[in-house]
Design a protein around this ligand. Structure first.
Ligand code: GLU
Length: 418
């Protein structure tokens, strides 16, 4: 299968293994998925008809702590994708330095085609399926593509019914009223904005770069709003159908409010509307893919004109595309670093649930920056050393992976697993 995310995850690990000298045996151990729960869930739709959905929970590695990662509802989600996403969570948590391993869940469904009551039934059925393998010390799910706080609330409620006790730390990304954390909904986007600032500093840029953002789901919309409020010019913004382009800079709040009211960017008064795909051609300083995997691949990489890239989605640039862009001098801030804000605030939420003491949003945001700053600095420093030692064509991802993978290996060695 072309552009299989699992193949990409494997290729990335093999590349870092070559740089830091891991054996084939170690690579095999590191790629092993600890547990894969696979099932079919069924619900009665609003007309009383039975509908079936394929579902997974992949638990990759828990050497550093309970498995952690979101649940994705998407009509094209696959088993390999869920596995790859769980592997990336392991590296992300290790690089962030938070005490979790990697997990991910997925259900094949287009949630837009379900009514609210069908969505609730599906979420509850999924929670029943995974309830034997999750828990605040085992595996802690959270939102991902097309899932949010209300879905987490249904899942937690169903899980607690099953285990017959309250356990808010078993799921993060919950609404505040059920033990959620202030600052969680916007955390991934805000974390990406911190990364933008760290990158600008690391590159010593005097002028604020222009930005093009692909995807306006939770991550892309919060990222764009923070960037806009921070004085950056967002010159292009795309959803799954259209791209709005304005080289004078888009008023992100207004454009997103227009889309929220009317359902699309079409008809928005400023800028030009082109097809969604044309976001790839935009001449900007920083391209921010914030949609799905493999947005940039071997067959379309030549269209990218951005000087640098911040990966806010998971796995948006294929290894082949990454190699070609790196060759040209494009710096790609990898997903495991750029979008770690969400899982870091999930970690804060879990800490608050376990201690029963809740923080103000200012504290959440400050602590988020305090965790992300050294994560960026360590990955950047490691990348510079790797380039000096092994050659200049090494992608930034390898700096991040080198640190993350070595942390996981250390934990596995201490446990006698490697
Ligand atoms: N789905 C998010 C991610 O890919 C957040 C995961 C979490 O909070 O556990 O990082």
């Amino acid at each position: 299968m072309v552009n299989d995310p699992l193949k990409n995850a494997e290729a990335q690990l093999r590349s870092v293994a070559e740089l830091i000298g891991l054996s084939d045996k170690e690579i095999k151990i590191l790629l092993k998925i600890d547990n894969l729960l696979k099932g079919e869930i069924s619900i009665k739709d609003d007309k009383g008809k039975i509908k079936k959905f394929k579902a997974w929970r992949s638990q990759h590695n828990n050497a550093r702590g309970p498995y952690k990662g979101g649940i994705r509802f998407h009509e094209r989600v696959t088993e390999n994708e869920v596995k790859a996403l769980s592997i990336w969570m392991t590296w992300k948590c290790a690089l962030a330095g938070i005490p979790f391993g990697g997990g991910k869940g997925g259900v094949i469904v287009d949630p837009k085609k379900l009514s609210v009551s069908e969505l609730e039934k599906l979420s509850r059925a999924y929670a029943r399926l995974i309830s034997p393998v999750i828990g605040d010390k085992k595996d802690v799910p959270a939102p991902d593509v097309n899932t949010d706080g209300s879905i987490m609330a249904w899942m937690l409620d169903e899980y607690e019914k099953k285990v017959k006790h309250g356990e808010p730390g078993a799921i993060t990304g919950k609404p505040l009223a059920l033990g959620g954390s202030k600052g969680r909904p916007e955390a991934t986007g805000l974390g990406g904005y911190y990364i933008l600032k760290f990158l600008v500093d690391a590159l010593g840029l005097e002028k604020k770069p222009t930005i093009a953002v692909q995807g306006v789901g939770n991550v892309g919309s919060y990222f764009s709003k923070f960037a806009h409020d921070g004085g950056y010019k967002v010159i292009a913004l795309s959803d799954s159908r259209n791209c709005i382009f304005d080289d004078k800079g888009i008023d992100v709040h207004k454009a997103l409010a227009w889309k929220a009211d009317s359902g699309s960017f079409v008809g928005y008064s400023a800028g030009r509307i082109v097809s969604a795909d044309e976001i790839l051609d935009v001449k900007c300083d920083i391209f921010v893919p914030a949609a799905l995997e493999n947005a940039v691949r071997g067959d379309n990489v030549e269209r990218i004109k951005a000087k640098n890239i911040i990966e806010m989605a998971n796995g948006p640039i294929s290894p082949e595309a990454e190699a070609r862009l790196t060759e040209k001098g494009v710096i790609i801030v990898p997903d495991v670093l750029a979008n770690m804000g969400g899982v870091i605030v999930s970690y804060f939420e879990w800490c608050q649930n376990l201690s029963g003491y809740y923080w103000e949003v200012e504290e959440v945001r400050k602590r988020l920056e305090d965790v992300m700053k050294p994560a960026f600095g360590n990955a950047w420093g490691e990348w510079i050393s790797l380039k000096k030692e092994k050659g200049s064509k090494i992608p930034f991802r390898m700096g991040a992976y080198s640190i993350a993978v070595r942390r996981v290996i250390e934990a596995m060695r201490l446990r006698g697993k490697i």
